[in-house]
Design a protein around this ligand. Structure first.
Ligand SMILES: [Zn+2]
Length: 439
């Protein structure tokens, strides 16, 4: 069966422990992936008139592509130029022929690069693709798993070019057997394909491998039906409030560790200053490097705590309810309000939504996102909308209110959650005990 026909997808992420030789190969590949990405982006700029002067200096257009106008001046614009990866060849950059480089890495880098542009075009607020920095906290590259010469055997986790040797070792192209630690058991099914493997190195020193796995068998346990439905409202006061009346408080991990982080960061810049004064390069300064890892580990700790909180909460919702309805976010708009910005970037609502979207189909449940417009301002009981008929809109600090039309007393977020659940119902119908999307 072709991988595009496979119904279920699962991400499998694991910690990896490469040896020194493997670390060097990973570095070569991540460095090259970053170079290719930046080169693709730079070429896209030199094709357009914007930024041309600045970028021509760093990424000059090869002379064979120069064109001249009637006055004999160079105009760096031509449709004859080769595009994409064709421009980034080993003829031009001989080190791209290094035998340690994964042959599928450039192709995957190009896909990531194209995805960044398509996100920019489709999502209103998504930023324009940016150059990747050598100093970024995460460096990664991707490769694919290929199944060749299987004959009668079906693709599995154990017979592709990326494959498990046993539960503790993963074999990867160019890297060979890599020691890994799985945090869950391997999925089982008749035919399972590993489609993509991403190898990443974090500034905290950790290595991770993410495998994208596809199958036609459900790869995870199907949770039993509960005949329960829930809607939730994300808000600034709490993390969320749902239609059962449950309020989930905001776990402010960043706030809790803020002072310690600031202290360690000051120490880091002190060491950077000292190295500069003594005319040492930062990479030669051992104390600076040690402190840099310490700061990276603190950031990592906040990330881990937040991730496990969101993971547990989203699993609980999917497990306990057959239908979960949430509101779509416009957090970029909200982030304009600086007072809210800190707490919103801290709570990770977008990650939470992503987890629900991913887990619902995996465990046989339904998750719906609705447009948040008017969900707060509408009275659930009589559908009266605040701000109409001469009434004033509810402000952010009005946690409770009385409907001027029907007199019902509302807890703001509880009322919003009920409206969100009702909105979810509008886009669904029930057939054979399953929720089906109308459109
Ligand atoms: Zn009312």
């Amino acid at each position: 069966m072709r991988k595009t026909e496979m119904k279920y997808m699962l991400g499998l992420k694991m910690r990896a422990f490469p040896n020194h030789k493997q670390e060097a190969i990973i570095k070569k590949n991540t460095d090259t992936a970053r170079f290719i990405y930046n080169q693709l982006l730079a070429n896209s700029y030199t094709d357009s008139a914007i930024h041309r002067n600045k970028l021509d200096k760093h990424y000059p257009i090869p002379e064979e592509y120069w064109r001249y106008n009637s006055k004999g001046n160079v105009i760096a614009k031509s449709k004859k130029r080769s595009t994409g990866l064709d421009r980034i060849t080993a003829d031009k950059y001989p080190w791209l022929a290094d035998k340690d480089l994964d042959s599928l890495m450039p192709y995957n880098t190009q896909i990531n690069y194209q995805a960044a542009w398509s996100l920019f075009r489709k999502v209103n607020h998504a930023g324009h693709p940016k150059f990747k920095r050598k100093s970024a906290p995460k460096q990664s590259y991707s490769t694919n798993c290929q199944y060749v010469g299987l004959k009668d055997n079906k693709p599995s986790l154990f017979n592709g070019t990326v494959r498990f040797i046993d539960k503790k070792h993963l074999k990867l192209p160019k890297l060979g057997n890599l020691k890994v630690v799985l945090s869950r058991s391997l999925p089982e099914g008749e035919e399972i394909r590993i489609t993509k493997a991403t190898i990443s190195h974090l500034s905290s020193g950790e290595y991770f491998i993410s495998l994208l796995i596809k199958s036609n068998d459900a790869l995870a346990e199907t949770y039993s039906k509960t005949s329960s439905e829930v809607g939730y409202d994300l808000n600034v006061k709490n993390f969320l409030m749902d239609t059962t009346g449950h309020e989930e408080p905001n776990p402010k991990y960043y706030q809790k560790i803020k002072n310690k982080l600031a202290r360690e960061q000051r120490k880091l810049s002190r060491r950077a200053r000292r190295a500069k004064k003594e005319k040492r390069k930062l990479w030669q300064s051992k104390n600076y490097q040690k402190q840099k890892i310490k700061v990276a580990k603190l950031h990592r700790r906040i990330f881990n705590q937040r991730h496990s909180f969101l993971d547990q909460l989203s699993t609980a919702y999917i497990k306990n309810h057959d239908l979960v309805v949430g509101e779509n976010l416009k957090s970029k708009n909200l982030l304009k309000d600086h007072a809210l910005a800190m707490s919103i970037s801290d709570v990770g609502w977008r990650t939470f939504i992503g987890m629900l979207q991913y887990k619902a189909p995996l465990h046989g449940k339904t998750f719906v996102l609705v447009n948040p417009a008017y969900t707060t301002q509408t009275c659930y009981d009589c559908k009266f909308v605040m701000g109409t008929n001469g009434t004033k809109k509810l402000t952010l600090d009005q946690r409770e209110w009385d409907c001027p039309n029907c007199g019902k007393h509302h807890v703001r977020d509880y009322n919003a959650a009920k409206n969100i659940l009702a909105k979810g119902h509008q886009s669904l119908k029930v057939a054979n005990n399953e929720y089906v999307f109308c459109r």
